[in-house]
Design a protein around this ligand. Sequence first.
Ligand code: GLA
Length: 758
Amino acid sequence: MGGGAATGAMSGRPAGAPGRAGRIVAAAPLAIGLLAFGCATPALAGVAVDAGGKVFRLDGGHVTYALGVDDKGYLQPLYWGPEIDAQAPLQARVSTELSGFDPAGMQTAQEFPGQGEGLVTDPGIKVTFADGNRDLVLKYRAHRIEGTVLAIELADIGRPLTVTLRYAIDESTGVVTRSATVRNDGRQPVRVEALASATLTLPGASDYRLHFLSGRHAAEWSQHTVPLSPALTVLESRRGSVGHGNQPWLAISRQGQTTEEAGPVWFGALGWSGSFRLSAQADNIGRVRVAAGFNSYDFAWSLKPGEALDTPPFYAGYSPGGFGGASRAFHRFQMARIIPGGERAPLRPVLYNSWEATAFDVTAEGQIKLAERAARLGVERFVVDDGWFGERHDDKAGLGDWTVNPRKFPQGLKPLIDRVHALGMSFGLWFEPEMVNRDSALYRAHPDWVLNFPGRPRTEGRNQLVLNLARTDVRDHLLGVLDKLLRENDIQFIKWDYNRNWTEPGWPEAGADQQRVYVDYVSNLYHILAELRRRHPGVEIETCSGGGGRIDTGIMALTDQAWTSDNTDPFDRLGIQDGFTMAYAPAVMMAWVTDAPNWANGRTTSLDFRFLSAMQGGLGIGADLTKWNDAEAATAGRWIAAYKGIRATVQRGDLYRLVRPVSGADQTATVYVAPDRAQAVLFAMQRGSQWKDQWAPLRLAGLDPARTYAVRVLGGGALPEGIPARASGAWWMNQGLNLRLRGDYVGMGLVFEAVKQL
Ligand code: GLA
């Protein structure tokens, strides 16, 4: 599954004009029940269809997801939660009218309702036919099983429009991947005005809580909880990109039942890096309705006869293990199924990035100096940030001109790259391909290439405009430029930045069809990323958008790591990292150690504290190393060496949040446990010290109770008094350990290693 929206090739149309409606799929109708199993399979794994072809279930990872067709032909959601037995009497029942105000069609919870029949909750799809008809009623037509994917075709009750829903369940985590394809089999275009990847339903209850993430630049990933009520809650981006605001992720818990480590959590994430909309609401009888997909705000797609439009994937998961269980399951799913390379993806190297040290003042000589110092610390990848290209001396010029600045690099990048390689590091370079400054050769040559409405102002953000990547000529230009740079320079890593959002999202050449820009833009972005990966398999990519402004499970499939936030303050980062890991895996979460006082908030912290904070993800250094004294360099070298001994556990292990950095909290503790449970790493971080306080006992989690674990201090040093040098997993998890940290902004790491039994 997966793949997301439309990546098909374009052909035979003028540059800049739309000509593609998603992926064009064969219009052959599905044969009813063609590939149905005929009977429910006994093993609770994969897809099963009952003998009558009316009930479909997906079982995996101790989760069951079921849906069924009722006597009127509606496809109904039947169940989503803990695994239920194969004989469970699942059956779709026709709902009756609740009152004259609530007709039967509206009361029937549909798996993917069309906007019609008086639907008052968010639809799966809303269309306007060429004659102005806006009533769409979808009923079951056919299903088939394609490998591990269940495809169910719905069709309008009268008009030749079909929607195919696709489902696959992950055997190990129970995460269900869903997507939808709408196809126009008629002779007139159909205007698609809203299209979800999935709509989901949970049975009525009054104690549901909705959890989501939002933020702003340098303050991303804050966590929010609201009651799920009849008030529609919308999490969205209207910005063309994901943005720093709401994340395309949500979780639903039950108040009084769900805690960090126990109780039900349903969660979902949309794999889409553009404008999105996730909504949740309790309907008139308290059932939860969730819809997730393209943002219908300002969106429209004219679906030509015979054309189809695919949605991106929506990942839907359930865990009985609280927020911790839910996030660990989703992390595992991302590592196995989304991140390039899956479980074989290489660990994140320790990187150095020059941005906070040099800003735009980048020269070959200065970068070589930094590279030499970085290498001495044990850094494995050296990344030159903004400022190396065009006339880029500040943020007013140069974006768009991706040629090496000859005054800063008189002999090109080669001498620097060679030196970096000779120092044993890989080399990375910053790009912001989708943007252009007015003061650039590219803009002077192609002022029509930016998103704009003719005759209207072109609003700038950070002095830059957004190139209209929906245009094929822009897409091909950028692919060509990047491909050439990668062919001509020995580069192993790209930091792909995106430093503003859309303002005037016009695409004049596309005329009345231009509201498809929201989909075409992102599809072309994915196309470039996929093509670069194909042509340059050795190059890794980081997604960045002024920090964490473009992180989602769509871009995750095409990038290797994410720049979490421009806020590099180590204490703020604890909250940021806690929020990030609610949704996304530490495997891609980058964090840098930078200089103090921190640029974002002026806070001064020790180098030890900065390292302990940044080591809880992929470690990087972003400080001005030319200013570090020998003692600081030695400290950094020690921490980097220590990190290499635990990074596999941090990046690929299970994350348990023992003490969460909720607002105002003085203490935070996280534990990362290796998949084989042979190593665990505890990070205990303290903001402030008062009243000779001692921490409440820290009880570890995730260890093997029967194994003996020896403990040592991460980075070296004596064990704090009262902590035994070794004890069983059961002891560490039930008795726990008592910590007393003294001072403000102090932390400690403890490494637990399973002792080999002789
Ligand atoms: C963005 C990124 C930073 C840095 C600057 C360069 O803000 O998030 O890390 O690359 O751009 O201009």
